[in-house]
Design a protein around this ligand. Structure first.
Ligand SMILES: Nc1ncnc2c1ncn2[C@@H]1O[C@H](COP(=O)(O)OP(=O)(O)O)[C@@H](O)[C@H]1O
Ligand SMILES: O=P(O)(O)OC[C@H](O)CO
Length: 497
């Protein structure tokens, strides 16, 4: 009974991982699902395909681990955040494709709310900006565009959810409609101070409250799975949005502790404890995973093009055949030789927030080679992350706290030692890579382990987290500052077009 099953419902695939009681990975299974791009700027998923792929991986992971369902003590769910689905409570069928977090179709509604002067209220209550990224305007769009949806919603026949709620509904055979605070905090409808849906914001978005799931702490017994699905009725004991789950899985439970996930993009979060901090440096405030009803927060910033720049080297420039070759190519030169690559392919996110910016390679000379460009590409991931961390540290200091003193890392690109060393060099702080880099799934499993009594508390989990490698900064602070200044100059060139 001492195993935990994490369901990790991501943007491009559904994965399931079985962990043992000491947080060691026992078995995993993964399935990709279809991405739909019906119009420029629109991104959709088939929620039924997501559910089927998630269920299949859960069964496969349990089988690969050689376990019976009864050996699983509890299930933790973690998910791509903000992605919005609306379904019929009677049939359990979605009434439209899920609108994915990347989808930009609701910019006109966001602009209208901004023009009407509502942004300050949304910021204050939710910690977010009025941006199509978040769920609220996506839900409003569905109610306004799917024929009959609003009438059905008002009759109480529909249910809204992010992917966690959708999976819980399906797993419990339509018995439970619930979410956790960390997912709710990404919807633009949730008051993160009171931990409850906000009627004023719902009215501004024209959304009936009867659509919304119940909100609980992230470590909580959400319900039991229907016994026919996995071979036994299992407890669902934890839910958190994937970035907050990663923060939790990294053991970042206290103010000032930060993690960066180096995936396609990068997501950096810094815990701020029980204090809601408003960034003056372009970051957003979000609810951290919570183990009780006491609110806890994090500051968050994201880099749009992180590991994706390596994919561009591979697929766009044909400079490498596989992503793992980038390290050898970049290491074949001692430095980038003055080349700076700003991968503003889709504009720049925090702390720059410039949707119009486009990419650039600057500082080329006759001696520049593909190796210099590859090195500059890799370094761009660290430069963008460093700009985020500096913004976070400035916010922390402005709020009377300390600058970040250590960065915990995970995600597909954190295996790159050259990148991690350069990150430590730029930041001037330790960069620490844990033994288990599947921290998102681990975080969800830990939440389920806490609510099911497998773990006594956060101290036990802190003790379990182990570093695999520590990258100590080796560059002089003068040189690091010079490089950051060079980077900022290159960024300005991409913006001033
Ligand atoms: N050795 C490497 N060095 C740098 N980047 C890498 C390396 N291996 C993989 N990547 C990058 O990591 C990303 C995949 O990481 P992953 O965490 O799986 O992303 P996601 O969860 O966003 O799909 C890809 O963008 C890939 O280019
Ligand atoms: O599925 P991922 O890992 O790309 O994460 C998506 C984020 O949760 C979006 O906010």
């Amino acid at each position: 009974m001492d195993y935990l099953l994490a369901l990790d419902q991501g943007t491009s695939s559904s994965r399931s991982i079985v962990f043992d009681a000491r947080g060691r990975l026992v078995a995993q299974a993964q399935r990709e699902f279809t991405q739909h791009y019906p119009q420029p700027g629109w991104v959709e998923h088939d929620a039924m395909e997501i559910w089927q792929s998630q269920l299949a991986t859960a069964r496969e992971a349990i089988a690969k681990a050689g376990l019976r369902a009864q050996d699983i003590r509890s299930i933790g769910i973690t998910n791509q955040r903000e992605t919005t689905v609306l379904w019929n409570r009677a049939t359990g069928q979605p009434i439209h494709a899920a609108i994915v977090w990347q989808d930009r179709r609701t910019e006109p509604l966001c602009a209208r709310l901004r023009d009407d002067g509502h942004e300050a209220l949304f910021r204050q209550r939710t910690g977010l900006l009025l941006d199509p990224y978040f769920s609220g305007t996506k839900l409003a769009w569905l109610l306004d565009h799917v024929p009959g949806a609003r009438e059905m919603a008002e009759r109480g026949e529909l249910a809204f959810g992010t992917m966690d709620s959708w999976l819980v509904w399906q797993l419990t055979g339509g018995e439970v409609h619930a979410t956790d605070v960390s997912n709710a905090s990404r919807t633009l409808m949730f008051d993160v101070h009171q931990n409850r849906w906000d009627e004023e914001l719902l009215a501004l978005l024209n959304i009936p409250a009867c659509l919304l799931p119940e909100v609980h702490p992230s470590a909580h017994h959400f319900g039991q799975t229907a016994s026919s699905l996995l071979g036994a009725a299992l407890s669902i004991g934890g839910i958190a949005g994937d970035q907050q789950a990663a923060l939790f899985g990294q053991g970042c439970f206290r103010a000032g502790m930060a993690k960066n996930t180096y995936g396609t993009g990068c997501f950096m979060l810094m815990h701020t404890g029980g204090r809601f901090e408003r960034s003056v440096n372009g970051l957003i405030t979000t609810s951290a995973a919570q183990v009780s009803s006491r609110p806890e927060y994090a500051l968050e910033g994201s880099v749009f093009i992180g590991g994706a720049v390596v994919q561009w080297l591979r697929d766009g420039l044909h400079a490498i055949k596989s992503s793992s070759e980038v390290q050898a190519l970049a290491a074949s030169v001692p430095d980038a030789g003055g080349v700076m690559l700003v991968p503003a392919f889709t504009g720049l996110g925090a702390p720059y927030w410039n949707p119009e910016a486009r990419g650039a390679i600057v500082g080329l000379s006759r001696g520049s080679s593909m190796a210099h460009i590859a090195r500059a590409a890799l370094e761009s991931i660290a430069f963008q992350s460093a700009a985020l961390l500096q913004a976070m540290s400035r916010d922390a200091v402005a709020a009377g706290g300390e600058p970040v003193s250590e960065l915990r890392v995970d995600g597909g690109a954190c295996v790159n030692d050259l990148l991690m060393q350069f990150q430590a060099d730029l930041l001037g702080i330790r960069v620490v890579r844990p033994r288990v880099i599947e921290t998102t799934a681990l975080g969800a499993a830990c939440l389920a382990g806490l609510s099911s009594g497998l773990y006594a508390g956060l101290d036990e989990l802190s003790g379990q987290w182990q570093a695999e490698r520590v990258f100590e900064p080796a560059m002089s602070r003068e040189r690091a500052a010079e490089l950051m200044a060079q980077w900022e100059r290159a960024v300005r060139q991409t913006v001033a077009r």
